[in-house]
Write a protein that binds this ligand. Structure first.
Ligand code: UDP
Ligand code: MG
Length: 319
């Protein structure tokens, strides 16, 4: 592998007018530093994906491109498609523009940009994927910490062994980008995808900084949707659990039935079973609805995929 690899930095941006300029300036300094050490090629560049921002993000990106066209490139979506699709678009975009490896990093630079060099070192040591692992979640709210912890636990129980505190701060080689381009799934869950490829993976621990300006673009609903997409894209265990639940329910119903028969035959106090009936009815009703909901999630996933709509629509690109 050549020691002078062409690096592309992929940055998804949604309403990031407050931070994007200083982020690009900081990253250009990091670039110069790593280029001067001879670790990446001088043609390396930053690729910004504007995920349908409603503020001045795109205008700022255009300006940055004008002052430094070889170093700053970008594309804009017609509307907001969400962080995962912006990331996929960025990775596929840099594959087309050309690079040996790509690193995705957030526009707010909460992820420590000084770790980029460590990612490159791991890549030069032969890794196709270098995943950033957060040292801690100090900057996250209690809610986000708790839900993230539950998500990784559930994914692991369901057989998708994604490391805890994994992030989308990640290096992928040209080889991995090639594989990514072959996946036509519209709702691709990147963390699951990169894990599934089985390519040689290394890990780099990094510190998370608080967001300097602006606010988080994720809320309860977008996080839930991301988590559900992750689960339904990569595990069918919940569907199997429904069958297990069904069997358990049948077993419990048989016991209750046996008790009811004993009541009728020997104890003759039938009305006392009223509470049991009500409880069983409510329990079974709830259970059926939960099971329907789980099936609905998978049906929704099939519904979205079967239409094979484009993942996103580009409005413009700066190359
Ligand atoms: N982002 C995006 N589209 C969205 C939401 C977020 O491209 O719909 C980008 C955002 O601009 C940032 C990254 O995804 O670069 C992570 O978002 P944020 O910092 O808000 O998430 P948090 O750090 O709170 O998890
Ligand atoms: Mg952030």
């Amino acid at each position: 592998m050549s020691s002078k690899s062409k690096l592309a930095l992929v940055i998804p941006c949604y309403n990031e007018e407050l931070v994007i300029k200083s982020t690009v300036e900081t990253l250009l300094q990091v670039f110069n530093d790593i280029i001067s050490k001879g670790k990446i090629d001088s043609t390396s560049y930053i690729y910004l994906v504007d995920d349908g921002s409603k503020d001045k993000t795109w205008e700022i990106i255009e300006e940055l491109h004008k002052t430094n066209p070889s170093r700053v490139k970008g594309m804009k979506f017609v509307r907001n498609y969400g962080n995962q699709k912006a990331l996929i678009a960025g990775l596929l975009g840099v594959k087309e523009v050309g690079c040996d490896c790509a690193i995705s990093i957030d526009a707010d630079l909460q992820q420590d940009e000084n770790s980029i060099e460590k990612f490159i070192d791991e890549y030069h040591n032969g890794a196709d994927i270098v995943s950033g692992i957060r040292n801690d979640r100090k900057t996250d709210s209690f809610f986000k910490k708790f839900t993230a912890h539950c998500f990784y636990k559930v994914m692991n129980i369901l057989g998708v062994k994604i490391p805890q505190n994994h992030s989308d701060f990640r290096l992928v080689s040209k080889n991995a980008l090639e594989i990514l381009s072959k996946y036509s799934e519209t709702e691709l869950f990147l963390r699951g995808f990169f894990h599934e490829t089985g390519l040689k993976t290394a890990f780099v621990n990094f510190d998370v900084k608080p967001r300097a300006l602006g606010c988080s673009k994720f809320n309860f609903f977008s996080l839930t949707s991301l988590a559900l997409n992750g689960i339904t894209s990569y595990s069918i265990v919940p569907l199997r659990l429904i069958s297990v639940l069904g069997l358990i329910t049948i077993f419990i119903s048989m016991m209750v039935g046996f008790d009811a028969v004993c009541d009728a035959l020997f104890r003759h106090d039938a009305p006392s079973g009223y509470a049991t009936i009500i409880i069983m009815l409510a329990f079974l009703g709830g259970l059926q609805l939960v099971c329907l909901g789980i099936i609905g999630e998978y049906l929704g996933q099939i519904f979205r995929e079967v239409k094979a709509r484009p993942r996103y629509i580009k409005e413009s690109e700066l190359l």
